[in-house]
Design a protein around this ligand. Structure first.
Ligand code: SF4
Ligand code: SF4
Ligand code: SF4
Length: 314
């Protein structure tokens, strides 16, 4: 069932990108009703134009489903996906595609706050320098009408295109999760969305396929099977490849089933240390887990580590 989500998302984002590109090129189409709706879906231009309804709409969507914006209507996002896809094709069979990487909060949060403040106080020049839609418009206009715009603008557009393409080729959505101020703002809102990508640890067989295809590098299989929703762009790549439907779009956070967690947690810990799991270790983990509010897998792993510490000294 979840495999269809990716297909719908990809078709939707490609159709939208084509429509948006045409709207930017053809000024008369931009004046039609469809053209205006297409342009208004872009967050920063809508905010600058005072179209509060679109801001409220995207706020609600992000609070409910996370960063859907980044995988559907953002043209720079779709452009990065195309470059990232080419990178994956070229690397096929040579090495794993993506690996979990810690968030670069020292970069993305200050950028998001600084650009947010500029937006608030009307420094639109700074905002348009970093707005994904404006950057994409410049690329389209410069490539479609190079003679009219002049070679200088074409050069600048090519530099942006090359930089965005190269980083996406190598590291997927790294730019989205480090320098894009809009992405940083959406990340703050999507910290605890109603619907989120989450891993059912009872079903997960740790095959690593979801991590391989996560272009946001936000699936941490070693750190307790958690998904960093602030960086997840809802592309559904992971749900399409999971052989066990363990990683899915779901309402709220997955609640661990104690017996399975005990088994897998105990086995995984022992595998890491090349030990055979004993009945005593299972019992001690069981009583500790019973005391836990089983909402956060990080808590569980911390507790398991604490139990293991005294055992080591014996
Ligand atoms: S993070 Fe920024 S550039 Fe990336 S998809 Fe989202 S809005 Fe677009
Ligand atoms: S966790 Fe990664 S692969 Fe899955 S939807 Fe989010 S960004 Fe895409
Ligand atoms: S693809 Fe599914 S089973 Fe494999 S590691 Fe990811 S969540 Fe687990």
């Amino acid at each position: 069932m979840y495999r269809h989500l990716k297909r719908i998302r990809v078709i939707g984002s490609v159709v939208f990108l084509a429509l948006l590109t045409y709207t930017i090129i053809d000024a008369s189409f931009a004046l039609t009703r469809i053209g205006q709706i297409v342009l208004k879906t872009q967050l920063v231009p809508s905010i600058l134009a005072g179209a509060a309804i679109w801001l409220v709409l995207w706020l609600l969507i992000t609070l409910t489903f996370g960063r859907v914006y980044c995988s559907s209507v953002c043209p720079l996002g779709t452009l990065q996906d195309a470059a990232a896809r080419c990178g994956v094709w070229c690397r096929k069979g040579t090495r794993k595609y993506y690996r979990y990487a810690a968030p670069l909060n020292a970069l993305r949060i200050p950028i998001a706050i600084a650009v947010g403040a500029c937006l608030l106080f009307g420094f639109t020049f700074v905002v348009t320098l970093t707005d994904p839609f404006t950057l994409y418009s410049r690329i389209v206009i410069a490539i479609a009408k190079p003679m009219a715009i002049g070679l200088g603008s074409l050069g600048a557009a090519c530099i942006v295109l090359a930089a965005v393409g190269l980083v996406a080729w190598k590291r997927g959505r790294l730019l989205c999760n480090t320098v894009c101020p809009l992405g940083g703002m959406l990340a703050l809102i999507s910290r605890v969305p109603v619907y989120r990508i989450d891993i059912n640890t009872d079903k997960c067989i740790h095959c690593g396929k979801c991590e391989d295809v996560c272009k946001s590098e936000c699936i941490d299989l070693r750190g307790g099977c958690v998904v960093d929703n602030t960086r997840c762009v809802m592309c559904m790549n992971c749900t399409a490849v999971c052989p066990n439907d363990a990683i899915t779009l779901r309402r709220g956070k997955y609640r661990l089933s104690t017996p399975m967690m005990l088994a897998t947690g105990n086995q995984a810990q022992c595998q890491m240390k090349n030990e055979v799991p004993t009945e005593a270790s299972i019992t001690s983990r069981s009583s500790a887990l019973d005391r836990l509010d089983r909402h956060d897998s990080h808590d569980i792993i911390d507790t398991i580590d604490n139990i293991d510490a005294p055992n080591k000294s014996h």
